[in-house]
Design a protein around this ligand. Sequence first.
Ligand SMILES: *[C@@H]1O[C@H](CO)[C@@H](O)[C@H](O)[C@H]1NC(C)=O
Ligand SMILES: *[C@@H]1O[C@H](CO)[C@@H](O)[C@H](O)[C@H]1NC(C)=O
Length: 282
Amino acid sequence: MFTLLLLLLSLLLSHTSFAQILVGGFKPVDHVDPHVVEIARYAVDTYNKKAHANLKFVTVVNAESQIVQGTNYRLNFTVLNGRVTQTYETLVFEGLKGQRGVRNKVGGFKLVDPRDPHIVEIGRFAVDQYNKQAHKSLVFKSVIQAQVQIVNGRNYKVTIRVADGGTYEALVYEALNGQKTLNKPFKAVVSIPGGYLPADPNDPHIVDTGRYAVDEYNKRTHMDLKFVNVIKAETQVVSGVNYRLVVTARNKNDQVQPYVAVVLERAWESYRNLTSFNPLVQ
Ligand SMILES: *[C@@H]1O[C@H](CO)[C@@H](O)[C@H](O)[C@H]1NC(C)=O
Ligand SMILES: *[C@@H]1O[C@H](CO)[C@@H](O)[C@H](O)[C@H]1NC(C)=O
């Protein structure tokens, strides 16, 4: 995913007249350089704000930079997540005027294409491991939803369909050396009519999608609703993922009301659209 991002970025930039500057690629830089540390702190702060998380920056372990029309910093750094130390990768762009932006999300799970061959391999692995551990004989059919989180290695959260029609969720950790582990739980998911699966309303990506739905509704209708939270979330795999969310929002009269929003996302194409937004009829 990360390499894909870089690839896309370089493809994008190579179409500009600055293509020749790019040839150099990334070069190692001093990981204790105060400016590099500041960039890493910025990435952690940005993530904490966006995901309402509380990661504490510890140290930069590895740093590279690339001169584009500005500078790209590719950093590996450690944070304290509660009492657990975790390593993250990030890509931060710093423009010529000092403006910054995080190019990939630090932490957090990101949706990826469930048909990707590597994701299918992860799905197969999860089913095989589960069969071995629980003495079952489930037959893998497909991955219907996949999310990846960059840690010191990768975490994959996959929703798997098996041959008897059952749906399961699994968390697989893949170490940097490619070794995979099935992390519990491998659990059956009960699907809701219409093929919707329950999802965590507090998941940062779901919260972000809820916020997007309210913002988009405001734009289209010249309303001024203020997003409050997501109280229920379901996802459905179509050509992409449909999010059916119950969000609450505050109106001009200071009343908080629930709405049902449907958002279609194809994260791997950076496509997202609000399909419907209506007051929840109770
Ligand atoms: C971060 O760590 C990964 C895995 O060791 C490595 O492939 C990558 O090059 C590192 N990035 C930097 C900026 O050093
Ligand atoms: C977004 O969804 C609306 C409602 O379904 C549709 O009318 C519109 O064409 C969509 N826009 C894009 C860019 O797909």
